[in-house]
Design a binder for this molecule. Structure first.
Ligand SMILES: Nc1nc2c(c(=O)[nH]1)N[C@H]1C(S)=C(S)[C@@H](COP(=O)(O)OP(=O)(O)OC[C@H]3O[C@@H](n4cnc5c(=O)[nH]c(N)nc54)[C@H](O)[C@@H]3O)O[C@H]1N2
Ligand SMILES: Nc1nc2c(c(=O)[nH]1)N[C@H]1C(S)=C(S)[C@@H](COP(=O)(O)OP(=O)(O)OC[C@H]3O[C@@H](n4cnc5c(=O)[nH]c(N)nc54)[C@H](O)[C@@H]3O)O[C@H]1N2
Ligand SMILES: [Mo]
Length: 656
């Protein structure tokens, strides 16, 4: 640090996961912290909604305005008219939600199910093992077969890549199963380009081959699982040829993968969220989890399913008990924000929206409706942000938020088992304040009486660490302060479902019937649009407004398969119109044989200002969530028409 400015940022070479490497996104984090566009004062709207006109106000005034509005709603018995909207802007536990969750729960506001990332995958894996513990991803280095199933590891999980390479150097075969020939697929030893959404069919085919060829672990199935007969009935109801048609993968390739997975052990499957973003996402994740459950791959260190490790931290850390009334709050799936904000019959309607750690104008599906909602004159929107994002532009009040360099936090992870203490390197810049401070002040103004609000950030972290769980033995605040990170005390080589029983009712892995329920097909002439994390220097919507993080060429584009482009008379570089019942975008086409015919792809993460319509890919994507409201949106089950344009459209161009 020099004069309040952070001057140097580097990875720690001793960290077993990062090995001293920052990723392309975080390499330039210092520039983000000291960026000239940082919001450093509270701002009040001074022009029409969305115009981006604001004037600075003081913190006292900003807090008073929010507290007054909330008090009026509380006095009128309408606290459900308040909706907090927050998500994964930070993975730090206390800045993410300890105090905000308590604040909104005590006030009795509406709430959102924060399910856009990982919850469907969690549920699908939990259908098999009760609590979905996967293996420590570092143990993939022991595997001889690693199937990267619908995860673009080289791009989205850079720190796992050296582990994959280490396994390969020791003789492992790296397999990718993905509808797109991704940068990860390019680096794999074997690539299976399956038709999108056909994963359940592929698993049925694999289990069919394993059974036919006597490659199943019968002893394991008999002693560690339940529901084998029902699964067999599902497997018997399909033919390998039928599966090959369904998935687009040749019979010999399915046979090869089945044999490889069963015999070249340890064998592991790795998956994150790609396949969950579909109508049948939970089925897909369950099917993926069934594969190691029938081969007994869990027996071997380095075998089984490697997925998000978040559940380890949730299990080990203390978490503050929510107030008893919390279960009765009105809750919406966060993917439904557009519908919720524009629903004329909602009783009570949302009158105050409080956004922090999230950028719903970009990350939420059904973007046109989200923005229609944000434009409502009778909605009071507060956004706590570091930058003037597409969401912040629609705010009535913007609160300047600190970055990780300016606040204290406890970091958990989805990719490894290390707990880390994020100690501030500099004082908060300008008038930026941590989320915790905002909720302490609001709680005081509204007279919310709870001991949690009297604790400092350090005390909150100490409270989380003060857990009796054996994985927390020896992990103290002082040791973290000294060492920065400590591995949870999960024994090295810990084999979930072997060293501990599955958390199902009967302590066995649950198999059962498995039905392939394909998603709705598109109309004639439509293409299926994927919105993947395609740019190395984007982290969700964190950098979509930062020109130095843009790819070359610096604009969002749509990738089309050569056959689909030719059928529409489209060449690379042409302007095309992409549309469906939810929206229209005008962007440049790029021709890519990484796709398969019928599939188009646009990168997720661009801010809305880069198209003439001032919208990004989520203006098109599918907001459908599972019928029980639990789980993510079917982002990738999106059907669009694509046509060539000869000139820029004049209608539909927005200036806000
Ligand atoms: N560079 C970069 N890295 C990131 C992020 C980022 O924005 N940018 N975001 C971070 C976050 S929040 C997350 S959750 C992770 C996500 O990490 P991943 O899950 O690896 O990333 P996604 O791009 O969501 O999806 C992965 C793959 O799923 C494939 N897919 C789509 N449909 C199907 C299907 O039906 N079946 C199968 N088998 N595959 C399918 C896509 O083609 C894509 O290649 O990445 C993290 N890392
Ligand atoms: N079409 C499509 N949509 C998707 C996805 C996709 O693959 N395709 N992926 C989904 C997934 S996996 C995810 S995780 C979500 C991500 O959705 P979000 O979590 O909403 O998005 P982020 O861009 O990661 O972060 C939002 C904002 O948090 C802010 N922020 C960071 N730290 C702090 C802090 O300490 N305080 C405050 N107040 N703000 C902070 C950042 O400046 C950033 O603008 O998007 C989902 N949406
Ligand atoms: Mo995510």
């Amino acid at each position: 640090m020099s004069n309040g400015r952070a001057v140097s940022l580097r990875g720690n070479t001793e960290h077993p996961t990062t090995r001293g490497q920052l990723c392309p996104k975080v390499n330039r984090y210092l520039e983000r912290v000291h960026h000239p566009d940082r919001i450093l004062q509270p701002l009040a709207r001074s022009g029409p909604k969305g115009s981006g006109s604001f004037e600075p106000i003081g913190w006292n005034e900003a807090m008073a305005r929010i507290a007054d509005r909330m008090a009026v709603l509380r006095d009128a018995g309408r606290t459900e008219a308040i909706l907090p909207y927050s998500f994964d802007g930070t993975q730090g536990v206390i800045q993410k939600g300890v105090l905000s969750d308590r604040f909104f729960a005590l006030l009795g506001t509406s709430d959102v199910h924060r399910h856009l990332c990982g919850v469907t995958a969690w549920l699908g894996a939990a259908d098999v093992s009760g609590a979905p513990f996967g293996i420590d991803p570092l143990e993939l280095s022991h595997a001889r077969t690693i199937v990267l199933w619908g995860t673009n590891t080289y791009h989205t999980n850079r720190h796992l890549w050296p582990v994959i390479e280490e396994a390969r150097a020791k003789g492992a075969c790296i397999v990718v199963v993905d509808p797109v020939h991704t940068p990860t697929a390019r680096r794999a030893d074997e690539y299976l380009q399956l038709k999108p959404g056909s994963d359940v069919a592929l698993v049925l085919g694999l289990i069919g081959v394993l059974r036919r060829d006597g490659l199943l672990d019968q002893e394991w199935i008999a002693n560690h699982t339940r529901g084998w007969d029902e699964l067999v009935a599902s497997v018997d109801s399909v033919t390998l040829e039928g599966i090959s048609d369904e998935t687009g993968i040749a019979v010999e390739r399915i046979e090869w993968l089945a044999r490889q997975f069963a015999t070249q052990r340890p064998a592991a499957v790795r998956s994150l969220v790609g396949p969950e973003h579909r109508g049948n996402g939970r089925d897909i994740m369950r099917a993926i989890a069934l594969l190691p459950a029938v081969t007994g791959a869990w027996r071997d260190v380095g075998g089984g399913l490697a997925r998000s490790t978040q559940i380890y931290f949730e299990t080990a850390l203390n978490s503050p008990t929510p107030p008893t009334s919390d279960g009765q709050r009105r809750r919406f799936n966060m993917a439904d924000l557009g519908a919720v904000l524009t629903d004329k019959d909602l009783d009570p309607p949302i009158e105050l929206l409080f956004v922090h750690n999230s950028n719903p104008a970009v990350i939420c599906p059904d973007q046109n409706r989200v923005i229609d909602g944000l434009r409502r004159e009778d909605l009071f929107t507060v956004v706590s942000e570091q930058f003037m994002t597409d969401t912040a532009r629609y705010a009535d009040l913007v609160l300047p938020a600190t970055t990780q360099l300016e606040h204290l936090d406890l970091g958990i992870a989805w990719g490894h088992l290390f707990l880390s203490l994020n100690q501030p390197a500099i004082e908060p810049l300008g008038e930026a304040r941590p989320n915790t401070e905002v909720f302490r002040r609001l709680a005081r103004s509204l007279g919310l009486d709870d001991p949690l609000f009297t604790r400092t950030d350090e005390e909150l972290i100490r409270g989380l660490l003060d857990s009796d769980h054996p994985w927390m033995r020896g992990i103290t605040y002082e040791r973290l302060e000294q060492r920065t990170w400590l591995r949870l005390g999960v024994p090295e080589g810990f084999r979930p479902n072997v060293d501990a029983l599955p958390a199902t009712e009967h302590g066995r892995l649950e198999l059962g019937a498995l039905a392939h329920r394909p998603s709705r097909a598109g109309q004639v002439g439509q293409l299926m649009l994927l919105s993947r994390k395609q740019h190395l220097r984007f982290l969700n919507a964190n950098y979509g407004g930062f020109t130095d993080h843009f790819p070359d060429p610096p604009q969002p584009r749509i990738e089309l398969h050569p056959d689909d482009a030719a059928a529409r008379g489209i060449d690379g570089g042409d302007l095309v119109q992409v549309s469906n019942e939810r929206g229209t975008l005008t962007i440049e086409a790029v021709i890519s044989s990484d796709l398969q015919p019928g599939l188009a792809s646009m990168a997720f993460g661009w801010w809305n200002r880069h198209t003439p319509q001032a919208r990004s890919v989520n203006a098109l994507s599918n907001p459908t969530t599972p019928a029980d409201g639990r789980g993510s949106a079917a982002f990738h089950d999106t059907w669009v028409f694509v046509q060539r344009l000869t000139e820029l459209p004049t209608s539909g161009v927005r200036t806000d």
